[in-house]
Design a binder for this molecule. Structure first.
Ligand code: ZN
Length: 349
């Protein structure tokens, strides 16, 4: 018998850069609890129904090397390990300090049970994610320590190269086939993540790296914040062949709200219709199945459609999906259940 469910309005999100916003050059008066800046704070998350998500640690370039988050076809040099580790500690500390100050309203989740318990308590859960493994040494000592601190998800690269792999430069009308795959250290990193059941995020990997992870990893293939290359031909998006591999591994794709990766023309134009987001969801669902698509907003990391604005605008995306014909059962999967499904497969119960 078909299980009937009613969409409960709660959303789990595959990617945000809120720790970057709050830690590196925070604006006057900005905070995590009730802010007018950025995309996510607890007050607006409640309005939007965000029950939790992956909180990324993304490392900008050292100040004297220019802005790292601006789309740039040339890779900056790999980061110095000491610089990467000290900034990672700082951003991890931000998360743990917020958890303490929130008095139970924000909880660092280390399991699916933690995420569900936080949701039932009306709290927000945060999964600690490294966007690029720059803070991890070749002997993987830092991986061990970060795992014990709560790390449950990791991308071997952001778009700059690491000792583990090469990421994609930000190029439009270009395939993600931009360079070499995993190094020997990268293969060991994948195996070490599998052994600890740390999720491996493919979102910033080039094609060679993607296929190497597909070959070496025993876990479902997950891209936390990427879209369909067929609709927006960016190096950051997934080709049909990659989507087929994600489907075949029973993995997952999180819809990236960044207008750069939604639009066919790749323009940084916030006047992008919510329908374009729904077009990507339709395409991803048709390619990988309704069980394997969710959201990966990139809030606080990139310009998003003005019609969404910030986390409080999530219900407008849900309304647009409903208008396109998605029923309560399907919305429940897209908004929350699919992430729990793939996390259970990856982390265990
Ligand atoms: Zn990213």
């Amino acid at each position: 018998m078909r299980r009937l469910s009613i969409f409960d309005g709660k959303i789990f999100d595959g990617h945000n850069d809120t720790l970057l916003r709050l830690t590196v050059n925070p604006r006057e008066g900005d905070n995590f609890f009730d802010s007018v800046h950025g995309h996510i704070d607890l007050a607006r998350a409640r309005q939007g129904g965000m029950a939790g998500g992956f909180f990324a640690i993304f490392l900008p370039n050292p100040p004297d090397e220019g802005g790292a988050s601006s789309p740039h076809p040339q890779f900056p040099a790999p980061l110095d390990l000491h610089y990467a580790q000290s900034l990672t500690f700082k951003m991890m500390a931000t998360l743990f300090q917020l958890e303490r100050e929130s008095q139970g309203q924000l909880r660092v989740a280390r399991s699916v049970a933690d995420i569900i318990a936080a949701r039932e308590a009306g709290a927000m859960s945060a999964v600690l994610h490294l966007e690029g493994a720059e803070a991890i040494d070749e002997d993987l000592c830092a991986l061990e320590v970060f795992y014990q601190a709560g790390l449950r998800s990791l991308g071997p690269v952001w778009s700059r190269p690491t000792i583990f792999a090469e990421g994609v430069p930000f190029l439009h009308r270009h395939t993600p086939d931009t360079g070499a795959g995993l190094t020997e250290a990268g293969k060991r990193l994948v195996q070490a993540c599998n052994a600890r059941r740390i999720m491996i995020d493919l979102s910033h990997m080039n094609e060679a790296g993607f296929w190497d992870v597909a070959k070496w990893s025993t876990a479902p293939l997950v891209a936390t914040h990427s879209n369909a290359w067929a609709l927006s031909p960016s190096t950051r998006n997934l080709t049909d062949k990659q989507l087929d591999a994600i489907r075949d591994s029973d993995g997952m794709v999180g819809l990236n709200f960044a207008v750069l990766f939604l639009r066919e023309d790749g323009a940084s134009d916030e006047d992008t219709a919510i329908d374009v987001m729904v077009d990507h969801i339709d395409y991803l669902v048709s390619r990988v199945g309704i069980e394997r698509v969710g959201f990966g907003s990139d809030f606080d990391g990139a310009p998003v459609p003005r019609a969404i604005g910030d986390v409080s605008g999530l219900p407008r995306l849900v309304d647009a999906l409903r208008a396109r014909g998605y029923g309560a059962d399907e919305l429940q999967k897209l908004c929350f259940d699919n992430w729990m499904r793939v996390l259970k497969l990856t982390w265990g119960e």
